[in-house]
Design a protein around this ligand. Sequence first.
Ligand code: FAD
Ligand code: NAI
Length: 462
Amino acid sequence: MASYDVIVIGSGPGGYVCAIRCAQLGLRTACVEGRDALGGTCLNVGCIPSKALLHATGMLHEAEENFGKMGVKTSKPSVDWKAMLGYKQDTIGANTKGIEFLFKKNGVEWLKGWASIPEAGKVKVGEAVHEAGDIVIATGSEASSLPGVDIDEKVVVTSTGALELPKIPKRMAVIGAGVIGLELGSVYNRLGTEVTVVEFLNAVTPGMDGEIQKTFQRTLKRQGLAFVMGAAVQKVEATKTRARLTYRLRKDESEHVLDADAVLVATGRTPFTAGLGLDAIGIETAAPGQVRTDGHGRTGVEGIWAIGDATDGPMLAHKAEDEGMAVAECIAGQAGHVNYDVIPSVIYTHPEVASVGQTEEQLKEAGRSFKVGKFPFMGNGRAKANFAADGFVKLLADSETDRILGAHIIGPMAGDLIHEICVAMEFGAAAEDVARTCHAHPTFSEAVREAALACGDGPIHV
Ligand code: FAD
Ligand code: NAI
């Protein structure tokens, strides 16, 4: 029986970051992973492969749409799907091997296999039982199932199957206009697939700022994605090569069918904690399988912690990473902390969508008095030069103190631009602080400054 200060179960962004930080803080650390590669959902079947395909198809789109306008002459680009999947696979490999290297560098031991927790202080991997002073549950999540829909990962797929379809489908139905549906729907739309998104609600990306939702859906429609909104999917019937989806429109209860060569089910994800033996050791879960913590990673059982998708909060890689670091610091006797008010979220479509803090709807509901500073990318020189002038920056600031309460961006590099506001919010900055900060010209980030100016005496370039 080996003995460790800490055993982390799961090597996704939560688990591997936690394990590395524990080792850096002088704790003897092991990380259990049942997959053949480290990195979890994010590196193997999530963030990294989806972003590789978004990048490749984004380049294709850029070549088709804009090269000619800039005087760049090429023959019509075409797609070698096998090679594109190869590029995606190489990208995964480079990243997962990178985690193996970091484990070796920091002295984290990889225990290969599936773990359970027979009792506090013990982790079972295969037949071996290891002792640990502290145990961190970082077992992530899996795609949620949908009644009436059987997933075969060939024709009816989750995001995992959608990342490796053997051929580009002619027609794809996407169930759910959330982040996965719109990112992967965009990938296939750019590859020439007729994509129809069927969504239960009347707006895309629930929880986002309403104005962004409307602009985002309009933009995707213009790019060729079709939407059926307010529709409850009843069933999907599939053969080996195609599927028929039946949905009911909520407004009039009328039933319709949609035929497709592939159906992507993207209706959310569920914590993956079955098999750990949580009930037997008295760890509380909220349905379905989500480990309850005190908001700082502690479960109700002394010495057992939980982070990332397996717990409450947004299912995002960087949220899992931050929790991993904070819990490692707490185990080492330091004051680890996550600021849940400043967790950005990004959708990597074209244009990108990014947000942090409160939405206009949330502020109204809370009865807050706030001002809105908006600036369109049409007024940004760099965006116009790059044919990327769709979208806007929207800043929300307290009416009295001018303190920034939220930011919502749809436009070029939104996922990078948002971090200026994250830092500002961490420092409790006012919109005027951002407005008075010199921003290099010509950059997209000038649009953020102009939105901050719009919270005060007004922007210059509109
Ligand atoms: P995971 O990454 O799920 O890792 C958990 C690991 O634990 C897995 O490797 C699993 O095999 C292992 N495990 C589970 N149980 C056991 C056990 N009993 N024993 C041993 N090992 C076990 N988030 C973003 O922030 N940005 C994105 O761009 C983004 N894109 C995404 C795209 C897709 C298609 C998907 C599906 C998700 C995406 N996400 C993205 C979400 C992101 O992947 C997750 O939020 C993140 O991976 C959660 O990290 P985690 O460490 O909690 O768990
Ligand atoms: P999601 O929660 O983002 O969206 C699910 C959508 O499906 C919602 O719009 C919901 O209303 C709809 N829906 C639910 N049931 C339905 C039904 N029966 N019929 C029709 N529509 C239905 O979930 P998604 O897209 O599966 O993503 C899962 C998680 O992965 C998210 O929490 C997200 O944070 C994370 N992720 C993050 C990414 C990023 O940060 N860029 C990229 C991909 C995933």
